[in-house]
Design a protein around this ligand. Structure first.
Ligand code: IPE
Length: 257
């Protein structure tokens, strides 16, 4: 069976990011099928895409309490939208025979960023968690990104073999924005001292885009865990990355090695 692999299903991969609450069921099924073919113990962290960012942006939920905005309704809406997206993920995992259980972060985590508080829940089968709106002692509430959850699971669970970030639309970290990139622009091995011109859709994205994945990936690899960013639209790459085989994508190294 081997050790544990922590894998992120990016929100831009599993939803159509520019249309409110539209799920990409084909991609979710192909990810679930790939996961079902591995014998590793899995922790799946999924993102929000159009089930989180748009409402969170409109009501400035990442900033915490802002007077004059109907934020309480927006918090409930984003949380229930995320549960809806999570239900799609869970049914797909079950369809492919995986015994999976979700732990909604707003029930166990507080605070945002890499040092959020809360004991990381773990299940004997596949553990599923996701980016969520959580309580915060200073701001009242905020957005906890799945990338920060990735960091904590990857570095605090025993026996983690590797962390995989499956994203949509690109093969890994590119030297130039995707719209301008060719195959030669894929950075196969990246460390924090290398620059890249990531495209961050700040107008729709309330967390950190590819830059946050790269930064959290570097923090994970610093602790000795292998990290890879891959294009999650290719199920064969997803399975190969989980199993630690050579695959097209970006390996992140800590910069200290
Ligand atoms: C964002 O989580 C959570 C919400 C906006 C509610 P992530 O940062 O993990 O989401 P993606 O992967 O960028 O969509």
């Amino acid at each position: 069976m081997g050790g544990t692999v922590v894998i992120k299903w990016g929100g831009g991969l599993i939803t159509h990011k520019d249309q409110l609450c539209t799920v990409n069921l084909d991609v979710i099924d192909s990810l679930a099928e790939a996961c079902s073919k591995s014998t590793k113990k899995l922790v799946i962290v999924h993102g929000a895409g159009s089930f989180g960012h748009m409402m969170a942006k409109k009501f400035r939920l990442a900033e915490g309490r802002v007077a004059g905005l109907k934020q309480d309704e927006a918090i409930e809406r984003v949380r229930s939208d995320m549960i809806e997206l999570n239900n799609h993920v869970l049914s797909s995992l079950q369809k492919y025979g995986l015994d999976a259980k979700t732990f909604s972060p707003h029930l166990w985590a507080t605070g945002t960023g890499p040092s959020f508080k809360g004991e990381l829940p773990i299940f004997d089968g596949v553990t599923v968690v996701y980016g969520d709106v959580v309580e915060d002692s200073e701001k009242e509430f905020g957005i906890l990104s799945g990338d920060d959850i990735m960091l904590r699971y990857s570095t605090e669970l025993p026996n983690v073999e590797r962390a995989v970030f499956a994203i949509g639309g690109v093969d890994g970290i590119l030297r130039v924005p995707p719209s301008k990139a060719g195959p030669e622009d894929l950075i196969e091995i990246w460390s924090p001292d290398m620059e890249f011109e990531g495209e961050h859709a700040a107008e729709i994205d309330v967390t950190g885009g590819i830059g946050l994945k790269a930064a959290r990936g570097a923090m994970i690899s610093e602790k000795g865990v292998d990290v890879q960013i891959i294009n999650g639209e290719h199920p064969n790459r997803v399975l190969a990355a989980i199993d630690g085989e050579n695959v097209l994508g970006t390996k992140i190294v800590s910069g200290n090695c």
